[in-house]
Design a binder for this molecule. Structure first.
Ligand code: KG4
Ligand code: ZN
Length: 359
């Protein structure tokens, strides 16, 4: 069975064709992505109207490319999957309108996909995919949440950020230290330089960091993003504001900023906060494995620390390849496949929604 997936919830237009073999294993036949990052970089963040306009320019050619790379005619498809929520309304409407027309024109069923569930479904495209139930950590530019995934289509939210997402906490602070938008990947590399310099170690620097002088420097004490209220919730706005205030103080007093050490200390605070809550979630769900998803799942320090935690707790961890961590159409087609199998077919009134509706 072949399925096409459309995605335009933020600043990536993406179309992919997947094939499910007789055993239900998913294979990517094509995965075309048109990124608008360069356009939005000028403004230091995503400008919703520009995003919508860029999606509409890209989506027809991208669809032709995805079908042609997959050597697939529309008549060979079994269903059309599309992100309907959450995201920027003007952006979501482009792929949604296009997918509805594509489905109607080719007489195919239309399947609505939740973008967050799509991120988790990126893990089903790994050589050895996870099988629900499992705990999922979704870390992206717009979300930081923990879910208990009962089956492929039934998610229960067990923790979330009450304010900023972790990606935003990296991007905003990264921008102030002069990194171009989105700063996540460059901040990751800068932090690595800082960890290596602070600990003098090329390997194992993350675990060694709390013993070094930089960690003990009072300047670099950031409030924990893991709320100390017994919940599995996060709050990244406190650590982000503390970091921004520190950077402004350095600027005002002419104190030279050691950007690599600052990035290491900030990353250490963000990652250890996430670790605390993941640790608690895994303890709550005895024996459950961990699936990590979303753009920030590309962060090397988070990947390393979560792998070490899962090894210690003897839990399996599923970390999708970096190419599938950011927004893409394959993850939407993958989730669409399971929604379709569960009989979740949308009608022609399907509309976009900015908010997430996972209970
Ligand atoms: O999932 P995604 O592509 O879009 C949303 O749904 O938000 O995530 C984008 C986020 C951005 O904040 C970007 O800076 C971040 O993923 N990101 C990273 C890394 N690579 C991308 N953050 C930290 N470390 C990285 N290596
Ligand atoms: Zn996303």
């Amino acid at each position: 069975m072949k399925i096409i997936g459309f995605e335009s919830s933020c600043d990536e237009t993406a179309v992919s064709v997947l094939e499910a073999d007789a055993d239900g294993k998913l294979h990517i036949l094509s995965n075309a992505v048109a990124s608008q990052v360069e356009t939005h970089r000028l403004y230091g963040g995503v400008v919703p109207e520009i995003a919508g306009r860029a999606h509409i320019e890209a989506i027809s050619a991208l669809t032709r490319e995805a079908l042609s790379c997959a050597s697939t005619a529309p008549s060979e498809l079994a269903a059309v999957a599309v992100t309907s929520h959450p995201g920027l309304i003007g952006a979501l409407l482009v792929a949604l309108g296009f997918a509805k027309s594509f489905a109607a024109q080719n007489d195919l069923p239309l399947v609505s996909v939740d973008h967050i569930k799509g991120h988790v479904a990126a893990s089903y495209l790994m050589d050895t995919p996870p099988k629900p139930p499992f705990v999922a950590l979704v870390v992206s530019g717009g979300h930081t949440s923990l879910y208990f995934v009962e089956d492929h289509t039934t998610f229960r939210r067990i923790g979330e950020s009450r304010d900023d997402a972790i990606g935003e906490a990296f991007d905003k602070v990264g921008r102030i230290v002069g990194l171009p938008y989105p700063a996540g990947a460059a901040f990751d590399r800068l932090a690595k330089d800082g960890f290596v310099r602070a600990t003098g170690k090329e390997e194992g620097y993350f675990a060694a960091f709390p013993k070094c002088e930089t960690y003990k420097n009072p300047y670099y004490k950031f409030p924990s993003a893991a709320l100390a209220d017994g919940s599995l919730d996060f709050s990244f706005s406190g650590m982000k504001t503390a970091a921004i205030n520190l950077l402004h103080r350095f600027e005002q007093t002419g104190t030279p900023l050691e950007g690599d050490l600052f990035a290491a200390a900030y990353t250490y605070a963000a990652v250890t906060s996430v670790l605390k809550k993941v640790d608690a979630a895994l303890s709550r769900y005895e024996g459950a494995s961990l699936v990590v998803a979303g753009g920030v799942a590309a962060n090397s320090h988070l990947r390393g620390a979560l792998s070490a935690l899962c090894a210690k707790k003897k839990r399996e961890i599923f970390l999708p390849p970096l190419s599938l961590c950011g927004d893409n159409g394959a993850m939407i087609a993958a989730q669409g496949y399971y929604e379709f199998l569960a009989g979740n077919v949308a009608d022609s009134t399907l509309n976009a929604c900015a908010a997430d509706d996972i209970p």
